[in-house]
Every structure is written in C-alpha cells, then in structure tokens.
Design a binder for this molecule. Structure first.
Ligand SMILES: Nc1ncnc2c1ncn2[C@@H]1O[C@H](COP(=O)(O)OP(=O)(O)OP(=O)(O)O)[C@@H](O)[C@H]1O
Ligand SMILES: NC(=O)c1ccc[n+]([C@@H]2O[C@H](COP(=O)(O)O)[C@@H](O)[C@H]2O)c1
Length: 173
C-alpha cells in the first residue's frame, strides 16, 4: 500500500495557529505529513529564538489533539539553493507533494519535478511569527495566537525571558 505523504516546511518561531490551521487542512488530503523544521541550526536570536528541539516539542504537543501522523525533521540551512531539494529529500521520509506559499520553495521543488500546492492563508494579518515575537518582546498578549500546547512549551523553557534578553530589550515597558 502506498501512503500519500506530504512535506511542509517553516521555521516555526514559534509554531502558531496559522500553521496549525494549514496543517489541519493539508491533513484532510494526505495520509502522513513530513514537517521540516527549517533553519534548524538557528536559535537564541531575535528572529529565531527557539532551538530545533524546542520547535519539535511545540509541533508534537500541538498536533496531539489531531489524528495527523507526522514526522518533524530538523533541516539546517545550506549555502546552495541549487542542491537544496536533494539535501532535504536525503533527510526526510519520502513524500509525493509539497505544500508551501514560499516562492523559492515552490520553484525549487517544481524544478525537481515534485508536485506542489499552495495552501490557503489563515488570517495572515494576525497569525505570523514576526508579530508574535514582537508581542512577546513588548510584553503584550501573544498567547491567543498560538495553540495552548505552545504556550506551555514556551513557559517550560522560559522562552519569553530568553527572547527579551537576546533582543536586548529586557526592560520594563
Ligand atoms: N497565518 C498563516 N496561514 C497560513 N500559512 C501561514 C501562516 N503564517 C505562516 N504561514 C506559512 O507557514 C510556513 C512556515 O512559515 P514560518 O514558520 O516562517 O511562519 P511565519 O509566520 O511566516 O514566520 P516569520 O514571521 O517568523 O517569518 C510558510 O510557508 C508560511 O507562508
Ligand atoms: N538553501 C537553503 O538552505 C534553503 C532554501 C530554501 C528554503 N530554506 C529554508 O526553508 C524554510 C522556509 O521557511 P519559510 O517559508 O518560513 O521561509 C526556512 O528555514 C529557510 O531557511 C532553506
């Protein structure tokens, strides 16, 4: 039996309700999902505060209330876009289709002859990693934009304090 497996990649800094909603939609069309945790080597910096391992925890705990079978695979960045698809496929379970809205990712997989699809955006004005990190730094409410499981992981790792520290703004606002 051939299971239909899809690939979806993001930095997930942090994993938010936009990602959760897209994954639920993709989950209706496929049997298993391979989730690439991109820029895996990056952490402890303003645009990328969380480690790959912490992001994998966010994904696993958030998807626990779905029936989507998934593999979260850390993917470091490399210098050569031209060989990136081979680099990814050498590190992931085999997949038949790629879901992304990132033009570079769509281009690279299409050139490699792999089917791509663009999932619908889910309230992009509200659900974006950049906005959520800005709210964390500013001491504003960010919890409403992420699954409850992500709030728990970020509390466990004292993630907001880390982000404020590395962004150089651990001041009282
Ligand atoms: N609200 C959303 N609805 C649907 N897809 C989204 C949403 N936010 C992000 N995505 C998609 O999820 C994938 C992973 O994105 P990523 O983890 O970089 O999130 P992001 O919110 O765009 O983060 P950042 O603002 O830090 O760049 C991308 O293809 C992106 O287009
Ligand atoms: N050459 C490369 O290493 C390469 C190419 C394309 C995408 N990526 C990564 O894929 C991820 C894509 O996520 P976004 O869609 O959120 O940009 C990022 O982590 C990005 O760095 C890496």
């Amino acid at each position: 039996m051939h299971l239909k497996r899809a690939f979806y990649i993001g930095r997930f800094q942090p994993f938010h309700k936009g990602h959760y909603s897209v994954i639920k939609t993709i989950g209706k069309d496929i049997d298993e999902l391979v989730i690439g945790v991109g820029s895996a080597q990056r952490s402890h910096e303003t645009p990328n505060p969380f480690t790959a391992g912490e992001r994998i925890m966010m994904i696993r705990h958030s998807l626990a209330d779905t029936d989507i079978k998934h593999y979260a695979v850390p993917i470091d960045d490399i210098q050569q876009n031209a060989v990136w698809v081979s680099y990814v496929t050498a590190r992931t379970p085999p997949f038949d289709i790629v879901y992304s809205n990132n033009p570079l990712i769509l281009e690279l997989f299409e050139e490699a002859g792999i089917e791509t699809k663009q999932p619908p955006m889910y309230h992009r004005d509200k659900y974006s990693g950049t906005l959520i990190r800005e709210k964390m730094i500013a001491g504003e409410d960010w919890e409403q934009f992420v699954p409850e499981a992500v709030t728990e992981v970020i509390e466990e790792i004292d993630g907001v304090r880390r982000l404020k520290n590395v962004s150089g703004s651990d001041q009282t606002f």
